[in-house]
Design a protein around this ligand. Structure first.
Ligand SMILES: Cc1ncc(COP(=O)(O)O)c(C=O)c1O
Length: 284
């Protein structure tokens, strides 16, 4: 293995770099300005150096509300067939379409507690043949998260794991996947899109949408605190009404706030949180 090029558009991309260096993976970080995406040009420029054999892309950056242009990035990747593409889809998988195989994503990671709307406790990961083969060249793969040994064990032992998995979440996931199929995947994506559009236009009316318009997340909207409101106080009032928003994440705390529109949430929930904000703050 050579080096990983990590593209960061916010707190979770930065975290990925921390994970890589913490695991002794040689890597470089390529940051975009907060609210801006990773561009296909940035990926091309990095890969054209020939220094990298892996890239890490955040599909949906939960701290800034960016969804990266992965279709365009996939086009660039066609020029670099030996590069393993890892994607963080923690806050978008099951709420936003990601055609993993068509895009050529080799490792896609998500979690149960975001758009799958389950409790936290399990990571879900896809692994391409190319990525599997590459794992053989990675020294110090650790123990609990050694994907190669997890994959081999699953193959050999009739879906047994290397370590004790979170069985309760697996049962919950089984049920939730059935519910998702009942809703219909297309309907599910359309519901997320409709909520996103509603929240964005509400945000434009009373505040402003933080991130680049052309690359907005389908699963949450990050809103600039243009009125300098007390976000913690607003949240306390919302909690009394049985709802909650997210304060800005990390450096964006109090400068932005976040409305989630993912998982089990509905248009009624969006109407209810936005009208409550208007009511509590007496916005005009
Ligand atoms: C995009 C993204 N990546 C990764 C994570 C994982 O974060 P944690 O360290 O809380 O498990 C999150 C959680 O919010 C996320 O939104």
């Amino acid at each position: 293995a050579k080096r990983a090029a990590i593209f960061s558009v916010g707190a979770f991309g930065d975290k990925w770099y921390k994970i890589a260096t913490g695991n002794g993976v040689p890597s470089d970080i390529f940051k975009s300005e907060l609210g801006q995406p990773t561009t296909p040009e940035m990926v091309d420029a990095a890969l054209s150096t020939g220094k990298y054999d892996a890239i890490c892309i955040t599909h949906n950056e939960t701290s800034t509300g960016i969804q990266n242009p992965v279709e365009e990035i996939a086009e660039v990747l066609k020029k670099y067939p030996d590069v393993v593409w890892c994607m963080d889809a923690v806050s978008s998988a099951a709420g936003s379409r990601i055609e993993t195989d068509k895009l050529g994503v080799d490792v896609l990671v998500t979690s149960t507690q975001k758009a799958l709307a389950l409790p936290p406790g399990m990571a879900v990961c896809t692994l391409s043949q190319k990525a599997y083969e590459r794992t053989a060249f990675v020294p110090n793969r650790g123990c609990y998260f050694d994907l190669r040994s997890i994959y081999d064990t699953i193959q050999k032992k009739d879906y047994q794991y290397t370590n004790t998995p979170c069985i309760s979440i697996m049962y919950a996931m089984d049920l939730q996947l059935q519910r998702i199929m009942q809703e219909g995947v297309e309907n599910r994506f359309a519901r997320h899109e409709a909520m996103a559009e509603f929240v964005r236009s509400w945000a434009d009316e009373y505040f402003s949408v933080f991130a680049n318009r052309d690359h907005l997340s389908r699963t949450l909207t990050v809103i600039s605190n243009t009125r300098d409101i007390d976000i913690a106080a607003l949240n306390n009032s919302l909690i009394e009404r049985g709802m909650q928003l997210g304060n800005g994440y990390g450096d964006l705390k109090n400068k932005t706030f976040r409305i989630a529109h993912m998982g089990e949430l509905t248009m009624d929930d969006m109407r209810s949180i936005t009208s409550s904000i208007v009511d509590i703050l007496k916005l005009k």
